[in-house]
Every structure is written in structure tokens, then in C-alpha cells.
Design a binder for this molecule. Structure first.
Ligand code: SF4
Length: 220
């Protein structure tokens, strides 16, 4: 049955004055800020360097990530790691997370089929993302795909229009006050899973690497 009540949001599960990402992670494991926790295996929180220069933000964990409890460990994650290497970004300077921390899916014939998170899930999960940024204080955010773009820049975001361009963030967001963090730069690109789905995978991969080279130069 389709739910009609709005999610209560994650805020009440976020520790008031977290000192590290390691403090956020166990708190997020208990989050019931929206209904996505009910069917998913576990919360999949971000991971990476505690003072990362670059934060990558994707959409939500996929099937493999949901089972392992780690972001970007499936096929899209492997492709992203290759693209990061090819772009000359030091993986030790990265932190990677998702706009929504639980896997949203539909069961079809025993298979879990990915479903995009809705605007209400993005809003409900935003307090975790805000807390991650507040602790990490990165120089740059790399926005991977449309859902992350809408979460960080607002609903009018289009990845085809904005990709590969540096922009100030959160100033470029529709409601910058949603992210009370220091001004940094942002760049959008396609989600690595879009490369895996592309008819011309080689061209799509080259485009992803080109965008990431702009990110690498921005923090060099
Ligand atoms: S998706 Fe986000 S807000 Fe919803 S239950 Fe999971 S952690 Fe909480």
C-alpha cells in the first residue's frame, strides 16, 4: 500500500554535537526517519578519509551495498574507483556517501529492483548529509547523478546541463540555508551506474573521467 504520511526525518537520530563520522555511523544505524529502513538490510553510511578534500555524493546504496553495509562496493563503485584513478585523484583524499542512506527497491519475482528515492526521502535523510559535511569540511563536493544533484542543488537540477562545471556551493543550491556549512566548490557529473547502462560505454566513461579531471585540478 502507498504511504501518504510524510516521513518524520532523520534529525532526532543525529547526535547533537558529533565529534567524528565514527559517532554518526552507529546513530544512523538506528534511524527510522523514513520508511526505507523497514525493508532494507541496514543503513549504508558514508566512508573515507576523516578530513577528505573531496566528498562524492551519490543517490542511494544499491543491492550489493545494502548487503555489505558499505557504499560503492558494487559494479558502479568499481567503475568509479577506476575513473578516480584515471582522473588522477588521490583515493586517500576522498570520502564517499549517498544522499539517501537506505536502499529503496521493489520486489519483483524474488528480485530486488532499484527504485529512485523520492523527494520526501531525500529531505528526510538530509540531516545526515549536513552532519557529514559539517565534520568533513571538504574543499569540493562531486555530485554523482540526478538524485544527488536534486538533493544538493534543488529540484531544477539537470546533470546534462550542469556537468563538468565548477560552481560555488551551497550558494548554488535552491535553499542554501538547508546546508549551514562553509562555502566550497561543487561539480556535477553522471552517476557511474549510468556509464554501465550506456550504449556507448567507452564514451560515457571518458566523459566521467573528464569531469573528474576538473575536480582533480580544483583541489590540486
Ligand atoms: S533513508 Fe535516511 S532518513 Fe530514511 S531511515 Fe534511512 S537513514 Fe533514516
Amino acid at each position: 500500500m502507498q504511504r501518504t504520511d510524510a516521513p518524520i526525518g532523520a534529525q532526532q537520530w543525529v547526535p547533537p554535537h558529533p565529534r567524528s563520522i565514527d559517532e554518526l555511523k552507529p546513530a544512523a544505524a538506528d534511524c527510522h526517519g523514513c520508511e526505507l529502513y523497514e525493508n532494507a538490510t541496514q543503513t549504508v553510511f558514508g566512508r573515507g578519509a576523516p578530513h577528505a578534500k573531496i566528498v562524492f555524493v551519490g543517490e542511494q546504496p544499491g543491492d550489493v551495498e545494502d548487503r555489505h553495509g558499505l557504499p560503492f562496493v558494487g559494479p558502479a563503485g568499481r567503475l568509479l574507483r577506476d575513473a578516480v584513478d584515471d582522473a588522477g585523484i588521490d583515493p586517500a583524499e576522498l570520502y564517499i556517501t549517498n544522499a539517501v542512506k537506505h536502499f529503496r527497491f521493489e520486489l519483483r519475482g524474488g528480485r530486488r529492483i532499484h527504485q529512485n528515492p523520492g523527494p520526501a526521502h531525500i529531505t528526510a535523510c538530509r540531516p545526515w548529509l549536513v552532519s557529514e559535511f559539517s565534520l568533513l569540511k571538504p574543499k569540493l563536493v562531486v555530485i554523482l547523478g540526478a538524485t544527488a544533484g536534486k538533493a544538493l542543488l534543488g529540484p531544477s537540477f539537470r546533470v546534462t546541463r550542469s556537468r563538468g562545471q565548477l560552481m560555488p556551493w551551497p550558494a548554488s543550491a535552491q535553499h542554501p540555508e538547508d546546508f549551514p556549512v562553509a562555502e566550497i566548490q561543487a561539480i556535477a557529473t553522471i552517476h557511474p551506474s549510468a556509464v554501465l547502462r550506456a550504449d556507448d560505454r567507452e564514451t560515457a566513461y571518458r566523459g566521467l573521467v573528464d569531469d573528474l579531471r576538473v575536480a582533480a585540478a580544483a583541489v590540486a
